[in-house]
Design a protein around this ligand. Structure first.
Ligand code: LLP
Length: 422
């Protein structure tokens, strides 16, 4: 998180002190760094140097309009999983010919909407979907450009809820059935078979599963060519992991224990590990990163409401809850939590919990944290991806505001909700 850093012991986003922003805009508050977003996108997109490609940002990670606009201006494409996401992408200025549409359960009206917008590719996930798409395209007198999503049965060693490339997952078409499915797709009059799509999971930290997948896809392109089916693009999906522990280091912050396997390779390393393999297919390349572009561009700022010691455990109760950031509750995900001012002070082992009426409403359990005081602010780091998009009204709580920092400038990019929004 190079654009979140302590300057004279005070946490800054770029050139702006986070505490001043929290005081001005209130908490819970999502706060993003513009420069971090641009750096992340450029580190991925730039790694393709000279190869025909599109980096389609996965909107599901964070679809804030202002953030999307910045990516559209950078020339990014968009990976959408609903007609709503296609709508948001178009509204933010993404070129329709750079939009892909994945998902195991596309409704007929969503397919019709995407066909009318003339998107780049439908990433089709089942044989029945091929039939439906073919029929709808026929009715509209058009042809649908498609890629078939292949499930390569490769273990990405990630949390079971976000693994997608195993036989037991609902996604894609089993690799052993791929040739039959491609032949079938090519026989349908209103489909234009253009690509192969794959996405094996999210928060993947090892390079091997990606390299194995790349080889599987390249082999399939060659096999298809041998029976006269020409593949023009490979959509390699997303899934590049990020580092959640020790995201910010400071001599006055506890060092978070890692088993060494929790550190993510740099963005460009993910690309350069698969590029030599993928290049051999001679196709246009598409990737769909979400987390690796947006996760470390954002933090969630929250205020300490109460401290409580029940003799067994100590709790720090904050004003953000699982309705604002669901990841710890849903995946037991780890987010580093830091005070906005570091100073010499005792530390404690605490649970950081929210106000929601669920025991699962926590941000950290048994976490060593510098001792904090009521009214102090904390930052939950690396919260830009799958944060605000999963926020809900649970317990009739208002969704947080979002602000974007650009140097010393700060602007609201989503207003805090009011009772009228409930
Ligand atoms: N493409 C497809 C088809 C996907 O399903 C996903 C994510 C992506 C691209 C982007 O993956 P990324 O680069 O962000 O890893 N809510 C979970 C993550 C769910 C990922 C769903 N699919 C979390 O908070 O960890």
């Amino acid at each position: 998180m190079t654009h979140f850093h302590y300057k004279e012991n005070i946490l800054h986003c770029e050139d702006s002190p986070v505490q001043e922003i929290a005081e001005e805009f209130g908490t819970p508050l999502y706060l993003y760094s513009k420069q971090q977003l641009l750096d992340n996108f450029r580190s991925i997109d730039g790694a393709f140097a000279g190869i025909d490609h599109v980096t389609c940002y996965a909107l599901k990670a964070n679809s804030n309009h202002s953030l999307l606009k910045l990516l559209a201006e950078e020339g990014a494409g968009a990976d959408a999983v609903s007609s709503g996401e296609i709508h948001l992408a178009l509204k933010a200025g993404f070129d329709p010919t750079k939009i892909t549409f994945a998902g195991v359960g596309k409704r007929d009206d969503e397919i019709e909407y995407a066909l009318k917008k003339n998107i780049f590719s439908f990433n089709v996930e089942s044989q029945q979907e091929l039939d439906v798409l073919n029929a709808i395209a026929g009715r509209l007198g058009t042809k649908a450009r498609i890629a078939l999503r292949i499930n390569p049965d490769i273990d990405a060693s990630t949390h079971p809820y976000i693994s997608t490339g195993l036989k037991t997952n609902k996604f894609g078409i089993d690799i052993s059935y791929a040739m039959i499915a491609f032949k079938y797709a090519s026989s349908l009059p209103n489909l234009q078979v253009d690509g192969i799509h794959t996405h094996i999971g999210s928060q993947i930290l090892k390079l091997e599963p990606f390299m194995q997948t790349a080889q599987t896809v390249v082999n399939l392109v060659k096999e298809l060519k041998s029976i006269g089916i020409d593949i023009h693009h490979i959509d390699f999906g997303g899934g590049f992991g990020v580092t959640y522990k020790n995201a910010i280091k400071h001599p006055l912050l506890p060092v978070e224990e890692t088993n060494g396997a929790e550190e993510a390779p740099a963005n460009d390393i993910f690309i350069s590990s698969v590029l030599p393999i993928l290049k051999t297919a001679g196709c246009k390349l598409v990737i769909e990163p979400g987390r690796s572009i947006i996760a470390n561009t954002g933090i969630l700022v929250t205020k300490v409401l109460y401290m409580k010691d029940n003799g067994v455990k100590k709790f720090v109760i904050v004003d953000a809850g699982m309705n604002d950031l669901l990841r710890p509750s849903l995946y037991n995900a780890y987010h580093q939590i830091v005070p906005l001012t570091v100073q010499q002070r005792e530390s404690d082992t605490v649970d950081v919990v929210g106000p929601v009426c669920e025991t699962g409403d926590f941000f950290a359990r048994d976490r060593e944290l510098p001792t904090v005081e009521r009214g102090e602010y904390l930052a939950v780091l690396t919260a830009g991806a799958y944060g605000i998009v999963n926020a809900s009204h649970y317990n009739a709580r208002l969704r947080p505001a979002e602000v974007l920092v650009n140097g010393v400038k700060v602007r609201v990019i989503r207003e805090r909700e009011t009772f009228d929004d409930l």
